[in-house]
Ligand binder design. Structure first.
Ligand SMILES: [Zn+2]
Length: 719
């Protein structure tokens, strides 16, 4: 009995000697991929009774298995390319966020450097991998032919002598290209070049924002934050009986606005102006009440022109400061308004009164009205009754402004803070714009690149993506000397040879092999052991997560973004720029609409050969189709379609693996953080038969098959 059965398959990623611990060894795990390009033995027929059709089936499966393996290798490369693109983008995004946060520049600088490194590593890997994958897929017809030949030979025994060959449809693959992320690299470099400027603006924005916040906090306390203690809210309730929507209370400065205080002041003075009454009958009190009414009316007028405009990215406010003494009063319209009654004595002496109800006005000759300015300019006697002087009016709000039980005291704080706040906000807003401009265009570009990277998977259509056709013949009665071209026509002996044709194509395989290979890619990378710390360690861990995102899609990607945000050793600043930038980064990740990659593994299955030969318009397949049609009636002519197919196939199987001495084909190397950083080679090892056999084996099979179809004897019909 023949040696049969599968070679024990080593578990992926676990070497017998105890696993991988160093970076350099990690991707040697991809050695397991070698098993996918597995040897002929796997397809050795487990029966002495294997007939030529069984062997042809096995040969077709083995040939197509090369194609299945290629898909996995290509997908691993795609995962590496995409995850590196995303790692670079997310790291750069985190760098941009850090740049917006006070004290974050050092971290930002490291992250931006790391992202630029990753972008370069990605680009280099993408170029190398595309080159090698294209070279590798050019070898597939050769591997397939060789595998078919090996499988046929492996099933030889004392009786049967098999020769086989395989054809792939299509013969040539589509060129593989991972595209470039040059735009992102440029954007990262641009931001790195401007990082000092951006960070300084962010610091200014933060300092000014802090100042603005403190000012707002003080204003809020004066308006309603002090409640139930003295404040505008409390005073408006007590002194003017305001309540409800006219006298609202806010529990925090964050939700409060200067416009709240403005509306409250408007309501308060309107109320006071409407209901001002003397508190007693004395002339003094009546005079004061009249002057208070002037003051309230003035406040109502002034507050009409007041405004608060907070557009989020700009702030303007005008809250008039009401006069608290005579000096301040001189600068207002109260000083100039000509509303005070003047009486003239018989001797021509004129007297100005606080109000028309002054007892001294009664019966006196009215001489029009005057202003406080005129009163101060002189020429008026002081009224013995109401004793009206400029200070009478100047002092109306003096007490209520200077002590806490006056509404004016608290309003004045708010009005003054509005000015402080507006200046700080203007400075903060200007500095923010200096930050937001570059960051905005940066996130825009990174967003576009991420979107593109997330949506564009490599198109893999290698030779054999439609299928493989194997032709196997049992030539056991043929003398070895007959298998060479010089002799195959000259000795027309009846041989009883048998030939069979089989086809295989790829079917979806439910195994999670591809996913396991991808998600385990970095399992063995021990950052600590490799001496990787700080930002690069963070980036390495990010990359590991993003490899997971390749298989899991958007949510995993967003998680990775948030985790790196949480991992940053920097605090949120006052300007809100960090939060703003973090939202931008999250937004571009969300907008990328990243879907998990299609990770189905493929396995070869036999299929009616019409499906393969009919689906491909290549000359060899057309020739095989023709040979199939002729069926049992193949004649030994030069035009025999099968001979033509074999010859045509020979044109394609010209590539020969040129690294026979080498154990591995290095697809590409991931070189992180420059020459001194961890280096991760992505290699596959070809099984021994592929390394040791060469064109000779294929050539012999080819000649054997040609000699067979050159004979007069009919071969048996094909399945
Ligand atoms: Zn008077």
């Amino acid at each position: 009995m023949r040696e049969t059965g599968r070679r024990p398959v080593r578990r992926a990623f676990h070497e017998d000697d105890g696993g991988f611990t160093t970076v350099g060894m990690v991707l040697a795990l991809l050695v397991s991929l070698a098993l996918l390009f597995s040897a002929a033995k796997v397809y050795k027929i487990n029966s002495v009774a294997a007939d030529v059709q069984n062997v042809a089936d096995a040969a077709a499966l083995a040939a197509e298995n090369q194609v299945a393996s290629f898909y996995i290798v290509a997908q691993v490369c795609d995962a590496v390319v995409l995850s590196l693109s995303l790692t670079s983008a997310v790291t750069a995004g985190a760098g941009a966020v850090a740049l917006c946060i006070p004290g974050g520049q050092t971290v930002a600088s490291r992250l931006l450097d790391a992202s630029a490194d990753i972008a370069r590593a990605r680009q280099r890997f993408a170029e190398e991998a595309a080159d090698r994958l294209n070279a590798l897929q050019n070898l597939l017809p050769y591997f397939a032919a060789l595998q078919a030949s090996q499988v046929a030979r492996a099933n030889d025994d004392g009786v049967a002598r098999y020769f086989g060959i395989a054809f792939l449809a299509p013969e040539a693959g589509a060129s593989i290209d991972f595209g470039s992320i040059d735009e992102a690299t440029q954007a990262i470099d641009d931001l790195r070049a401007r990082q000092d400027q951006v960070a300084q603006a962010a610091e200014r924005a933060d300092a000014a924002s802090k100042e603005a916040q403190e000012s707002k906090e003080r204003a809020w306390r004066a308006d309603c934050g002090n409640a139930p203690g003295y404040c505008m809210y409390e005073r408006a309730g007590k002194l003017a009986g305001l309540s409800g929507a006219r006298n609202p209370r806010f529990s925090s400065a964050d939700t409060w606005s200067f416009s709240v205080a403005l509306e409250r002041a408007r309501a308060y003075y309107a109320e006071r102006a409407a209901h001002e009454q003397p508190q007693g009958d004395s002339v003094d009190e009546q005079a004061n009440s009249a002057l208070r009414a002037r003051f309230y009316a003035y406040a109502v007028r002034e507050l009409k022109s007041a405004y608060v405009r907070d557009a989020g990215d700009s702030f303007e406010a005008f809250l008039p400061v009401l006069p608290a003494n005579t000096d301040e009063m001189r600068a207002t319209s109260l000083f100039a308004e000509r509303v005070y009654p003047v009486t003239a004595a018989e001797d021509g002496t004129c007297t100005m009164h606080a109000w028309a109800g002054c007892p001294a006005c009664a019966g006196a000759r009215q001489a029009g009205t005057g202003s406080v300015a005129e009163l101060e300019a002189g020429g008026f006697a002081v009224c013995p009754e109401c004793a009206f002087t400029p200070a009478s009016l100047g002092s109306v709000a003096a007490a209520s402004t200077s002590i806490g039980n006056g509404f004016e005291h608290w309003y004045r704080i708010v009005a003054e803070e509005a000015g402080v706040y507006a200046r700080a906000r203007a400075e903060a807003d200007a500095a923010k714009r200096e930050v937001q401009g570059p960051i905005e265009s940066f996130t825009q570009i990174m967003g576009d690149v991420t979107k593109q990277a997330a949506s564009q998977r490599i198109e893999v259509a290698p030779p054999g993506s439609v299928g493989a056709v194997a032709i196997v013949a049992d030539v056991h009665e043929v003398a070895a000397s007959d298998l060479f071209p010089s002799s195959f026509v000259s000795q027309p002996t009846a041989l009883g040879a048998r030939a069979a044709l089989s086809a295989a194509t790829l079917a979806r395989d439910d195994s999670s092999e591809t996913e396991t290979v991808i998600t385990s890619l970095l399992d063995g990378v021990d950052a600590d052991a490799a001496g990787i710390a700080g930002a690069p360690k963070l980036v390495l861990s990010l990359w590991s997560r993003l490899l997971g995102a390749y298989t899991q899609g958007h949510d995993a990607l967003l998680d990775a973004v948030r985790q790196i945000g949480d991992a940053l050793p920097i605090k949120k600043g006052s300007s809100g720029l960090g939060t703003w930038a973090a939202q931008k980064i999250e937004a571009f990740v969300t907008d990328a609409g990243f879907e998990p990659a299609e990770l189905a593994a493929w396995k070869p299955v036999t299929v009616n050969s019409w499906h393969v030969v009919g689906a491909d318009g290549s000359k060899p397949m057309t020739a095989i189709a023709q040979a199939k049609r002729i069926g049992a009636h193949i004649r030994p002519t030069e035009q025999n379609p099968l001979r033509a197919a074999i010859d045509l196939n020979a044109d394609f199987v010209t590539e020969e693996f040129d690294q026979r001495s080498s154990q591995e084909i290095e697809i590409a190397r991931i070189q992180l953080f420059g020459e001194g950083g961890p280096s991760v080679p992505l290699s596959i090892t070809l099984p021994e038969p592929l390394r040791s056999a060469g064109h000779d084996g294929i050539q012999r099979a080819r000649e054997a098959l040609k000699s067979l179809v050159a004979r007069e004897e009919e071969v048996e019909p094909w399945a």
